[in-house]
Design a binder for this molecule. Sequence first.
Ligand code: PMP
Length: 367
Amino acid sequence: MTTIYNFSAGPAVLPKEVLQQAASEMLDWHGSGMSVMEMSHRGPEFMSILAQAQADLRELLNVPANYKILFLQGGGLGENAIVPLNLVGRKAQSATIDFIHTGSWSGKSIKEAKKYANVNVAASSESAGFNGVPDPSTWNLSKDAAYVHLCTNETIDGVEYHFVPDVAQQTNGASLVADMSSHILSRVIDVSKYGVIFGGAQKNIGPAGLTLVIVREDLLGLALPICPSAFDWKIIADNDSMYNTPPTYSIYIAGLVFQWLKRQGGVAAMEQKNIAKADLLYDYLDSTDFYVTRVAKEFRSRMNVPFYLKDESLNATFLATAKERGLLQLKGHKSVGGMRASIYNAMPIEGVQALVAFMADFAGANG
Ligand code: PMP
């Protein structure tokens, strides 16, 4: 039987071991006689699942004690409203949020934030076709910015920050807020360099439905009065992510993924594997002109690799032939076309090897 490798950008591949464990625990979690889906979120069984998941995530990302880990709902796009509602402070409409526009997702964040505050696009790579991150020395930051928003991995455009910008001096100490939806847990990060880190779970963590927010405690309690209570980070934090019903099953699966990550050696070990996978694919792409990449080398994403066939009339055949070889969901986002291989933590290097072998065969047969 053909081995299947799933390159979806999200919802995305999960570790097989995790799915097998979830299957074996589906009807009866640890002798409780209940599926996790059937448990009260306030019962001792689910409370233990939540506490373990939070503790494991704190350990994996080395989250400092003065940061809260919140599990909520709303997804990445929900956070585009929830973040400003929580952070623009009492100044509301007179506050300014600085944005670095590096692709589709930061673009969406900019659009949404305009409902709640003044928006300053301090830098944009749009005119360069979103091929990288503008040099921080050119960023036109605001003196009184409420915060500076980055999307540190642009899932559609394949642009990743491989550095943490220092914005404090130019902004009177504004915090960085980072949308890490598509590369959280793929590399070691220094959480203390950010005020807020957020992301949807459905790429590198677990199933859709769970949204993760890691927030420094001094940024709690600033929400606008119109912020819905269920999205007010202070209320969520004070209730340990139990103010309303959290996405229990997604939290359970995320918890299994965190345990799996620990068994793999943690985030540092995972980062090495991710570098090896990304190098394999980009080295191949650089070796041929049958395929084209558009992102400048120093900003290439290790998680999402967009590429184009030089002869785009071959796109449909490429996708159909890839599928026959067990290589699924390689179609690029509809807004940019072409192809995209998402190679998250749960993608083994064998999957990337199979992809490269197929791409070389396809180029040989059609070049
Ligand atoms: N931000 C980034 C970086 C994303 O990749 C996505 C989803 N692809 C989103 C935000 C939006 O997430 P959601 O669909 O969970 O609202």
